[in-house]
Design a protein around this ligand. Structure first.
Ligand SMILES: Cc1cc2nc3c(=O)[nH]c(=O)nc-3n(C[C@H](O)[C@H](O)[C@H](O)COP(=O)(O)O)c2cc1C
Length: 369
């Protein structure tokens, strides 16, 4: 059985590393042999973590360099485990010593302290830091490369930051082209400027804000999923909830479906160029835990960053008395822009696993002559 830092059944990933440890990395096992893969493929996804505008991200801006340690030979995956790592370079643990007995409200500090008996690495949030999403993103880069061989594409983008919402529809091309060209990862550049301002304002007040990310998976064939207990929506939701700061996930119209009538909520089928399609997208492309061949659409709510410089109430775990806390150090006033590639990765890794499990991807992509 896989441990708790691993996920997947055929395309499995195991992540390791802490925010202020030596390295962060991932081992991907079960990636089919014969996939062209380079460090540049992984680097491209890693570079998407850091939005270009330093005003809206933490001062910890690391130029991460991905290194493939195994599982790739002559430019192709071999079918053996693929290990990829990045070094942690810009480490400054000083601000964490002062607050190590003062758990940050909203962060993992207190429950992690209880769960791991005080042995947890609290520096920089340790294993619970957003930094650890680097490992997920590297696994996601491999999953995306694999999925791209089958024309499957995963695109996430920012729909809302705090009170600022982008309320128009985006074309797939606009999302694909603009999302990483905008600092907030919103495909509408005008709206992105307003989002940026909201983040800058929050920071000036010692505050933080959250937002909404949308994600769409294109060209997933019908019939992917393993009901009843590894349904596609269940596994996607699980992967998404394992991204730090995710607090809600909806498929299709989500909670709004509870107020519709059956005749409104059912996605009617039609033929289009010989293919079965649905005319609406209320279900988000999944029924009975299986993909229906239409785009899979998800909305993900991201909470405001827990670490804020505004004074908050907490407790002192060494004296067991009430206390107060202001968090200094390097924190993102809004983690939404940095979370976008992590959301894409979570979805890609889950889809790669399920496409192999359902028999849409074989263990060797193409046999050598
Ligand atoms: C990309 C990313 C960056 C993050 N950066 C920070 C940060 O700078 N400061 C902080 O307090 N939380 C940050 N978080 C959120 C915490 O990691 C998260 O809230 C915490 O581990 C508790 O987990 P939960 O929110 O899932 O309950 C970040 C999350 C992500 C996805």
């Amino acid at each position: 059985m896989l441990g708790d830092n691993s996920t997947g059944k055929e395309f499995t990933i195991t992540t390791f590393g802490e925010s202020h440890g030596k390295i962060v990395g991932v081992v991907v096992d079960g990636c089919p042999a014969g996939l062209p893969l380079s460090e540049e493929d992984i680097q491209m996804e890693l570079d998407r973590r850091i939005p270009a505008n330093p005003k809206i991200v933490s001062a910890r801006i690391e130029k991460d360099k991905a290194e493939i340690l195994s599982g790739v030979f002559n430019g192709f995956t071999t079918g053996a485990p693929i290990a990829v790592t990045v070094e942690n370079r810009q480490i400054d643990s000083s601000s964490y010593e002062a607050i190590k007995n003062l758990p940050r409200p909203g962060h993992a500090d207190y429950p992690a302290h209880i769960r791991f008996g005080g042995f947890e690495d609290y520096r920089g949030g340790g294993r619970f830091s957003g930094r650890v999403t680097v490992a997920l993103i590297m696994a996601g880069a491999i999953a995306k490369k694999l999925l791209s061989q089958f024309n499957v594409d995963v695109l996430a983008y920012t729909r809302a930051v705090g009170p600022v919402k982008a309320d128009r529809k985006f074309s797939t091309e606009e999302i694909r082209k603009n999302r990483y060209a905008s600092t907030t990862r919103c495909p509408d550049f005008g709206c992105s400027e307003d989002m940026e301002q909201a983040i800058v304002d929050a920071k000036a007040e010692g505050e933080s804000i959250g937002g909404v990310i949308e994600c769409i998976a294109l060209n997933v064939p019908a019939g992917v999923g393993e009901p009843l207990f590894d349904s596609l929506d269940a596994d996607l939701a699980k992967a998404l909830f394992n991204v730090p700061a995710v607090k809600a996930v909806e498929f299709g119209v989500g909670f709004a479906i509870s107020e519709m009538k059956g005749s409104e909520s059912n996605d009617a089928y039609a033929m289009s160029n010989g293919n079965v399609v649905t005319q609406t997208d209320n279900m988000g492309g999944i029924q009975g835990g299986l993909s229906n061949g239409m785009p899979i659409t998800m909305k993900i709510a991201i909470k405001p960053t827990p670490s804020i410089s505004k004074m908050q109430k907490t407790v002192n775990l060494s004296t067991m008395e009430d206390a107060s806390l202001t968090v200094n150090g390097r924190h993102d006033p809004c983690v939404v822009p940095k979370a976008v590639p992590a959301i894409e990765a979570a979805v890609a890794v889950t889809l790669a696993d399920h496409m192999i499990r359902a028999g849409f991807i074989e263990k060797v992509l193409e046999r050598k002559k």
